[in-house]
Write a protein that binds this ligand. Structure first.
Ligand code: ADP
Length: 353
C-alpha cells in the first residue's frame, strides 16, 4: 500500500504576516464595538435566526431578582416574534420605589436574526403622567367656576326679585374672578417654567420686597393685616428676573395674608447669609399640618380645598414660588405649626452688592 502525501501549499511569510495583522485589526474592531455597546445606557440583545444570543451588552444584564425575571421574559417573548419577522414590544413596569418603566422593543434583522432593546423610560413616563394630571386638573379647575356661572346665569334669568338678582350677580362676579385668577396663575406658572432663569439682571432685593408688598396691599387692607418690612442695613442684590422675584414674594405674602386672622400682622425680612440672600415671610396664621408640608409646593395641592376656595386660592401660588427659586439657583423652604403660623424662606445666591 502506498500513501500519497498531500501537498500543503506554502504560504509566503509576508502573506502570513498580513493575515495575522488583519485578524488583529478585526479583533481590535470587535473589542471597540463591544465597548461601545457596553457604554450604551440602553440594553441591547442580538440573536441569530435560531434564537441563540450572539451579543448582550452590560445594560441588558443590570437587572436582578424579580426585575431580571420580568425583563428576560419580555426579551424572550419579543425576540421569538421578531425571529418570525414581526416587530413588537411593550413596557415592563415595576412599582418600586423608584417606579421604573422599561420599554422592551424587538426588531427583525435581514439575516433572520433579531435585535432587542431595553430602554429605561421611567423619566418620560413620569413627565407624561404629570402632564396628563396637569391637564385633568386644569379642566377641573376651570370647569368648576364656568359650571357655577352657567347655573347662576340660568337662575338669574328666572328671577324678578331685585335683592335676589343682586345676590346672584355678586356670586357671578366672584366665580368670574376665580376663573380669571386661575388663568392668570396658569400663565404665570408656564412663563416661569418655560422662561427659566433667562434674565440675568442685577435685581435689588429691597425693590422686589417693596413691589411685592404693593401687590399684596389690597388683600392686606381688606383683612386689616399689617405688613411689616425689614430689609436690614444696606441694599442686597441677586442676579435674575425682577418680575419673577416680585411674583414669588407676592405669592408668599398673599398666602400669609390669606391664611391669617383679621387684625394680625405679617413680617417680610431680607438678609444676607453666607453668600446667599434670604427673603423670609412670617405669619401667625392657621399654619400647615405636618402631613401636608411636603406636598404644598405641588400644582393644585391645597391643604383644605374649601378654605382655599373661600380665600380665592388657585393652588398654584407655591409652585410658582418654587419655580422662581429654582430658576435663580435657590430654594424655598417652610417651617410651620398648625394653629401657630408659618415661616417661608426663599434662599437665593447673592449677587454683588
Ligand atoms: P392657594 O392658591 O390655595 O393658596 P398655594 O400653592 O399658594 O395655593 O398654597 C398651597 C396650599 O398651602 C394652600 O392651599 C394652603 O393650604 C397652604 N398654605 C400656603 N401658604 C400658607 C400659609 N402662609 N399659611 C397656611 N397655609 C398655607
Amino acid at each position: 500500500m502506498t500513501f500519497r502525501r498531500r501537498r500543503i501549499p506554502v504560504v509566503p511569510e509576508s502573506e502570513r504576516d498580513e493575515a495575522r495583522q488583519q485578524i488583529a485589526r478585526l479583533q481590535a474592531e470587535i473589542l471597540r464595538l463591544r465597548r461601545a455597546l457596553d457604554a450604551l445606557p440602553i440594553g441591547v440583545v442580538l440573536a441569530d435566526r435560531s434564537g441563540e444570543t450572539l451579543v448582550e451588552n452590560v445594560a441588558a444584564r443590570t437587572y436582578h431578582g424579580h426585575a431580571a425575571v420580568l425583563v428576560n421574559e419580555a426579551v424572550e417573548r419579543h425576540l421569538r416574534r421578531a425571529i418570525n419577522g414581526v416587530a413588537s414590544g411593550h413596557n415592563v413596569e415595576f412599582i418600586g420605589p423608584p417606579r421604573t418603566v422599561l420599554a422592551v422593543q424587538a426588531t427583525p434583522l435581514e439575516d433572520g436574526g433579531a435585535l432587542v432593546t431595553v430602554d429605561d423610560v421611567s423619566e418620560r413616563a413620569r413627565l407624561d403622567a404629570i402632564r396628563t394630571d396637569f391637564v385633568a386638573n386644569i379642566s377641573h379647575e376651570l370647569k368648576t367656576p364656568v359650571g357655577a356661572l352657567a347655573v347662576l346665569a340660568e337662575a338669574l334669568a328666572e328671577i324678578d326679585d331685585p335683592a335676589a338678582t343682586r345676590r346672584l350677580a355678586d356670586k357671578m362676579v366672584g366665580e368670574a374672578h376665580r376663573a380669571a385668577r386661575t388663568i392668570d396663575d396658569l400663565l404665570e406658572l408656564s412663563r416661569t417654567e418655560l422662561g427659566g432663569a433667562a434674565a440675568k439682571d442685577v435685581v435689588s432685593v429691597a425693590q422686589v420686597v417693596d413691589d411685592a408688598v404693593e401687590r399684596a396691599r389690597a388683600a392686606a387692607e381688606q383683612h386689616t393685616i399689617i405688613v411689616t418690612v425689614d430689609n436690614g442695613p444696606g441694599d442686597l442684590h441677586v442676579i435674575g428676573s425682577h418680575r419673577q422675584l416680585v411674583s414669588a414674594v407676592a405669592n408668599l405674602l398673599e398666602n400669609a395674608v390669606k391664611y391669617s386672622d383679621t387684625g394680625s400682622s405679617v413680617l417680610v425680612e431680607s438678609r444676607r447669609d453666607n453668600g446667599c440672600v434670604e427673603i423670609v415671610v412670617t405669619d401667625t396664621g392657621v399654619g400647615i399640618p405636618a402631613r401636608d408640608i411636603d406636598r404644598i409646593f405641588e400644582r393644585f395641592y391645597r391643604v383644605d380645598r374649601a378654605r382655599s376656595r373661600d380665600t380665592g386660592g388657585t393652588g398654584l401660588g407655591l409652585s410658582i414660588v418654587r419655580h422662581v427659586a429654582t430658576n435663580h439657583g435657590g430654594e424655598v423652604t417652610v417651617h410651620s405649626r398648625e394653629g401657630e403660623g408659618s415661616v417661608f424662606t426663599m434662599r437665593l445666591p447673592a449677587g454683588e452688592s
